[in-house]
Write a protein that binds this ligand. Structure first.
Ligand code: GDP
Ligand code: IMO
Ligand code: MG
Length: 429
């Protein structure tokens, strides 16, 4: 067997969580391979809504094993809150949840550091989710990190304190006064206390050598879906650096973040919104700062699942989509939030950029917004609700044209269309 991959092709929030939940019945195992609680994956069914940050989106299916892979970073406190929320909703997440011993921990001081660095950057800040992602991955590559498998070591507390001291020295250097700084509404000392309570909880959970588990599962013909977080254009190597996250969000990240060899990768499902959004700073060529952008935000309810921040909105960008498809080896596409375009007379799609008096169809090394302008094709909107359509045969002709146009541009079929946040609002082709 091979590992199938599902990941985002834009700047995150493409609706990955919903689609993983929809596909989960087809898989034995769902595994997160990178990122941490910067992710917010929303799943809706039976009039209930869940937002997962660390736990894979297959958790709502009792038969599925969910793995938090070595490439993920875990904030014990946030993770525990997710567990408690699921438990309060009668979902026994612990039964089917396995955590890699090699996954790194986000310490409370990583969160302070994230705030320190963002403050210091001033106007050029990344727009980080302030979940400690950059600092925790930095410690991982600096070989200073603490892993889940270390929490039962006798010197765990000593290592924690050493790392904490290092962080506090940096924070002191930047003169960041954190005495009144709130981390998710808590003072640092309160957060730290709850973080350690959560570590106690993690001590009771199942931790594994996930690379062995996953490869053995493949040998035993188990089907596995790797669930991406963030999006391709936030990849630390290929995204719009430095306005990126600190992990490899692309298919290659699956090999690193789960320990599967490249020749073990199977289908790659690329999820994209029928338009574009971005939260945080950085270039966004098709961004709309007018009432059309407002309309997209309003209809699409485009506010961050993790931070509540308004998302920047714009039209679909084919150049960026082709770039993402290339980097990931996408084999089929999944288009979400098509329903958000229900009531637009016309829908624009950028197929190329106008750049320094040239027309280009690649992403230049630097993306200075003022020099890079989208070259739009204008398609007719369908101007009707598609929210309750479940069969591809019943979609309006204009939506069919929109799909055909995209497929023709990128050369990859769109196999699933999502027409609402609920699990049932899905059209398969
Ligand atoms: P993720 O991070 O990729 O899992 O996406 P998020 O959960 O952060 O953001 C997607 C948002 O859109 C969530 O609020 C979902 O409930 C919602 N959503 C997902 N698919 C659809 C869809 O097809 N239509 C609409 N209207 N909303 C959707
Ligand atoms: P999901 O998995 C959207 C963005 C942040 C910021 C940049 C760096 O829900 O799609 P970080 O906290 O990682 O240092 O922030 O990346 N970002 C996301 N944007 N969806 C996400 O995850 C994101 N995770 C990080 O807004 O611009
Ligand atoms: Mg999200």
């Amino acid at each position: 067997m091979k590992v199938d991959v599902l990941l985002g092709l834009q700047w995150g929030d493409e609706g990955k969580g919903k689609i993983v939940d929809v596909l989960t019945p087809e898989y034995d195992i769902i595994a997160r391979f990178q990122g941490g609680p910067n992710a917010g994956h929303t799943i809706e069914f039976d009039d209930k809504k869940f937002i997962l940050h660390t736990i894979p989106s297959g958790i709502f299916n009792e038969k599925t094993i969910n793995i938090i892979g070595n490439g993920v970073i875990i904030d014990a406190y946030i993770f525990n809150k997710e567990l408690i929320n699921l438990k309060n909703n009668n979902i026994d997440a612990e039964k089917n949840l396995l955590i890699s011993k090699k996954a790194h921990l986000i310490l409370p001081t990583h969160r302070l550091l994230d705030a320190t660095y963002e403050n210091a950057k001033g106007k050029s800040k990344i727009g980080s989710t302030l979940k400690g992602i950059g600092p925790a991955y930095t410690d991982k590559t600096a070989r200073d990190g603490i892993r889940i498998g270390n929490i039962n070591n006798p010197d765990f507390k000593k290592n924690y304190n050493n790392l904490k001291q290092k962080h506090l020295q940096i924070i002191d250097f930047y003169k960041f006064d954190y005495t009144e700084y709130l981390i998710d509404g808590l003072l640092f000392s309160e957060y730290e206390e709850k973080w350690f309570e959560a570590i106690e909880k993690i001590r009771t959970l199942k931790t594994i050598d996930s690379e062995y588990f996953i490869n053995q599962s493949l040998k035993n013909n188990k089907s596995i879906l790797a669930e991406g977080a963030q999006g391709t254009l936030l990849d630390v190597d290929f995204g719009s650096y430095p306005f990126v996250t600190s992990s490899n969000t692309i298919t290659a990240g699956v090999c690193i973040g789960l320990g599967v060899a490249p020749n073990r990768i199977g289908n790659v499902f690329g999820v994209f919104k029928a338009y574009c959004t971005r939260v945080g700073s950085g270039p966004f060529p098709t961004e709309l700062s007018d009432e059309t952008g407002e309309k997209l935000r309003d209809k699409g309810n485009e506010f961050g699942s993790t931070t509540g921040r308004p998302r920047r909105c714009g039209w679909l960008d084919i150049t960026a989509l082709k770039y993402s498809i290339m980097l990931n080896g996408v084999t089929s596409l999944i288009m979400t939030k098509a329903d958000v375009l229900n009531h637009f007379e016309n829908i624009n799609i950028s197929t190329k950029y106008k750049y320094n008096n040239d027309i280009i169809d690649y992403i230049p090394f630097e993306l200075p917004d003022e020099k890079l302008n989208p070259d739009y094709n204008i398609l007719k909107g369908w101007n009707t609700s598609i929210d309750n359509i479940t069969s591809f045969d019943n979609i309006p002709a204009e939506l069919s044209d929109y799909i055909n146009f995209i497929e023709h541009q990128v050369g990859i079929p769109i196999k699933i269309i999502s027409v609402g946040p609920d699990r049932k609002q899905i059209i398969r082709k």
